[in-house]
Design a protein around this ligand. Structure first.
Ligand code: ATP
Ligand code: MG
Length: 232
């Protein structure tokens, strides 16, 4: 089967049209990879008009992807449009959170373009080898990484945001530096979402404790550092 036939088997017509549009506009060329496949998305790499490598995350238009949409987005979408629109809205949310985190100076892929169910962003890797997930490449300085990842959580929260799915499965080891990816579960910080912030901190603490790093900070201490108070 030719590569274009494979794509047309995997993707619905709408997605193929969206890929074509981004190709026509010069943001991407042929899709290579994939470098990541999940229930909700495929991540490919490609080259832009200037031959620079980019990563291309395509949210699938299927029921598994739909189920993964955070409830707060799904509920809101009920009023405004069907299934595809909700997946596209969700992609836009992810892109907006990625952009805000990137603008705070956090190590994330640089956002380049969001179109319907597709995000084009900086490719994190060297030549055409994508960086490995932190869970697979443990060649890093635990003390430095713990400090940076907690600083990331604190900076996001001070700006009203929670990553929502923070773990070594969503952190790339790019030449010894942690790069945070996958803002698809991100949410705004409030009294009803603070548990997600605590869950992110707990996941990170448990991971570092499993690496024998002993100086983790209590979630309570980190939340004090953020200065967040329950107004209710
Ligand atoms: N900008 C990038 N540069 C290099 N590799 C990337 C980039 N973005 C994503 N990847 C790769 O693609 C994989 C999937 O990306 P991501 O976590 O955003 O999607 P996902 O659908 O949430 O996947 P999962 O369900 O596995 O978490 C990542 O684990 C990573 O290996
Ligand atoms: Mg992920």
């Amino acid at each position: 089967m030719t590569k274009s036939k494979v794509f047309s088997h995997v993707f619905d017509e709408e997605t193929l049209r969206n890929v074509n549009k981004l190709q026509g506009d010069g943001y991407i060329s042929n899709l290579l990879g994939p470098i990541g496949t999940g229930k909700e998305s495929y991540v490919f790499y490609s080259r832009d008009f200037h031959d620079k490598l980019v990563a291309v995350k395509i949210h699938r238009h299927n029921i598994d992807a739909f189920k993964s949409i955070p409830a707060y987005i799904r509920l809101r979408g009920r009023k405004s449009g069907g299934f595809l629109k909700q997946i596209n809205d969700w992609t836009r949310f992810e892109y907006n959170f990625l952009s805000k985190a990137h603008n705070l100076g956090i190590n994330t892929p640089e956002p380049i373009r969001c179109y319907e169910n597709i995000i084009v962003m900086q490719f994190i890797g060297s030549d055409d080898n994508p960086s490995k997930l932190a869970v697979k490449d443990r060649d890093f300085d635990a003390e430095k990484w713990y400090g940076l990842i907690i600083k990331f959580i604190v900076d996001m929260a001070k700006n009203g945001m929670i990553h929502g799915d923070l773990s070594p499965y969503n952190i790339l080891n790019y030449n010894g530096e942690p790069f945070i990816i996958d803002f698809s579960q991100a949410l705004k910080l409030s009294s009803s979402t603070i548990n997600f912030l605590i869950r992110d901190i707990t996941n990170i603490n448990n991971w570092f404790l499993s690496l024998k790093y002993k100086s983790t900070k209590e979630a309570k201490e980190i939340i004090e550092e953020i200065g967040w108070k329950d107004e209710n």
